[in-house]
Design a protein around this ligand. Structure first.
Ligand SMILES: [Zn+2]
Length: 141
């Protein structure tokens, strides 16, 4: 299911109170970011994070080099970790439809499923499933 910007703002007002650098979320990642928002809210609701709660905010959401960028201000390490996991996951989710995807070569680098890649070749993936960035850099030279 696709969640729109206003759905996020309505459901998680403490997180998305002031996304001052822009909220630009590809449709295919809306479930991923929805789950991340639920996890962040759970962290913010912990008693030890009560002081962080008012200062924490999401500054920007966007796609960069085929992956999710989720930039925040004032969060604890536990939230940074959650974000890190979601950003890595985004490299395996088609940003158009949310199905399993791969990082594609050719033009604007994007993470896409077979259907939406329209035959674009995928970047190699390492044994642990992460994108092989070294091969990507070789290509760019
Ligand atoms: Zn797709």
């Amino acid at each position: 299911m696709e969640h729109k910007t206003e759905d996020f703002e309505k459901q998680f007002p403490e997180i998305y109170k002031d996304v001052y650098c822009g909220f630009c979320l590809p449709a295919g990642w809306s479930d991923l970011v929805w789950k991340l928002s639920e996890d962040i809210q759970r962290e913010l609701d912990r008693p030890e994070n009560i002081e962080i709660k008012s200062s924490f905010k999401v500054a920007q959401i966007k796609e960069k080099f085929g992956g999710l960028r989720f930039n925040t201000d004032g969060g604890p390490k536990s939230i940074d970790k959650l974000i890190d996991v979601a950003e890595k996951e985004s490299f395996h989710i088609c940003e158009t439809c949310g199905k399993p995807g791969l990082l594609r070569k050719g033009g604007w680098i994007r993470t896409l499923c077979d259907e939406h890649s329209r035959g674009r070749e995928a970047y190699p993936v390492k044994k642990d499933g992460s994108v092989d960035w070294d091969s990507l850099l070789d290509d760019a030279e």
